[in-house]
Design a protein around this ligand. Structure first.
Ligand SMILES: Cc1ncc(COP(=O)(O)O)c(C=O)c1O
Length: 386
């Protein structure tokens, strides 16, 4: 969380004053207002506010028609929620290498695609964009769907186009750790009406079934879904947060650049897919050996992504141990439709990723650092190399 204050307090107050928090009735129309805000910000035709990024990913996968019998490529470096979302819809996640940029490797995507592969989930980790040009080209060549997990990349872009807007659908998280936040929340975006309708029917199941208003223009037939509907109080916060997004990202980028200027190329950076498009919340340094990376992280307090357990496939315990659901008949790993799919997970199945993750060190950036803070950070980083 970066910037939250009086604007959010006032917006929540307005919703509370109505004493009616339900999206359908509330006079503040915060959820529908925030969905309009997302459409305008990202320049897309459809947007939904959900309870979480996980809910956004699951709703999108349902809308894309992913299910038992399908393989979905996910990167070796992402939060476990990406892989769990795939299992939630009955499909099998196939773990794919990340390259030195720490985003999904387009060459490994190509190697891993089989006739069972229905979808690729590129993940824009830490607001550093994936190479969407190459990924979209591979997806097109093999006729595979793309769902962008932009949960950590709200406001990031590739080649001047927002992450989340390249694939068939995009998903965002607004949880506490994200660039803009309401504590817990998510978003789904798409330009495809059918996909939008299906994801609404799924994520807002009871409202859709019992309060006909939203569905009156839908051409898709209703089906039983679940409840990932965002609420008015949190949407009111998000309406303020999205107004702050450009300012936060601009200040992150400016601060990051100020640190880089002081370093003057004396510490090697990890390669990236678009240095103008990342959200600037981290500086990723790259070392020749794991030992050098470790020493640098110890001296600077920087984070080695290989050690950030939850985000590396080796630590996705329920996935690695193939407990895809509580009920055995609901467990994708035991479904007959998935019997022939690849779920032979081993700790060493993505060696290149483990190598890249262990040779990279992150320095986190804050948009509100002063000149003195920037100088102190740069000094610390430089002295760690002497
Ligand atoms: C890459 C990625 N995907 C998905 C999620 C899930 O988002 P949420 O926590 O809002 O469910 C996260 C959350 O940290 C994430 O970092």
């Amino acid at each position: 969380m970066y910037r939250i204050g009086q604007e959010e307090i006032n917006a929540v107050k307005e919703v509370i004053k109505t004493k009616d928090f339900f999206k359908v009735n509330n006079s503040c129309k915060a959820v529908w207002g925030f969905e309009e805000d997302m459409k305008n910000y990202f320049g897309v035709s459809y947007a939904s506010f959900t309870t979480s990024g996980t809910g956004a990913l699951v709703s999108a996968l349902v809308a894309l028609g992913i299910g038992p019998g399908d393989e979905v490529l996910v990167p070796a470096y992402t939060y476990i929620a990406t892989a769990m979302a795939v299992l939630n819809v009955g499909a099998i996640p196939v773990v794919t290498e990340v390259d030195a940029t720490l985003s999904i490797d387009p060459e490994d995507i190509e190697r891993k695609i089989t006739p069972a592969t229905r979808c690729i989930i590129p993940v824009h980790m830490n607001g550093r964009p994936c190479n969407m040009e190459k990924i979209m080209a591979v997806a097109k060549k093999h006729n595979v769907l793309v769902l962008e997990d932009a949960c950590q990349g709200v406001g990031s872009s590739f080649g001047g186009k927002y992450c989340g807007t390249f694939g068939n659908m995009g998903a965002f998280s607004f949880n506490f750790f994200k660039i803009i936040t309401c504590g817990e929340g998510g978003g789904v975006i798409t330009n495809n009406q059918k996909l939008y309708e299906r994801s609404c029917i799924y994520h807002d199941a009871s409202a859709i079934a019992f309060f006909g208003e939203q569905m009156k223009d839908f051409s898709e037939q209703g089906f039983c879904g679940t409840e990932y509907r965002g609420n008015e109080l949190l949407a009111a916060v998000m309406r303020c947060q999205i107004k702050k997004l450009d300012g936060i990202v601009a200040d992150l980028r400016r601060t990051k650049q100020a640190v880089l200027d002081k370093l003057d190329g004396r510490i090697a950076l990890a390669p990236d897919n678009d240095s103008n498009g990342d959200t600037g919340n981290i500086i990723a340094f790259r070392f020749d050996t794991k030992q050098e990376a470790k020493a640098f992280s110890q001296k600077t307090g920087g984070m080695i992504p290989a050690e950030c357990d939850r985000h590396v496939y080796t630590s996705w315990t329920p996935v690695m141990e193939k407990r895809g659901a509580l009920h055995p008949l609901m467990d994708p790993f035991r479904m007959s439709a998935n019997e022939k799919l690849r779920h032979n997970y081993t700790k060493d199945m993505c060696p290149a990723s483990l190598e890249h993750l262990a040779k990279t060190v992150y320095c986190f950036v804050n948009p509100d650092w002063t000149e003195a803070d920037i100088a102190a950070v740069a000094d610390k980083l430089l002295s760690a190399c002497n």
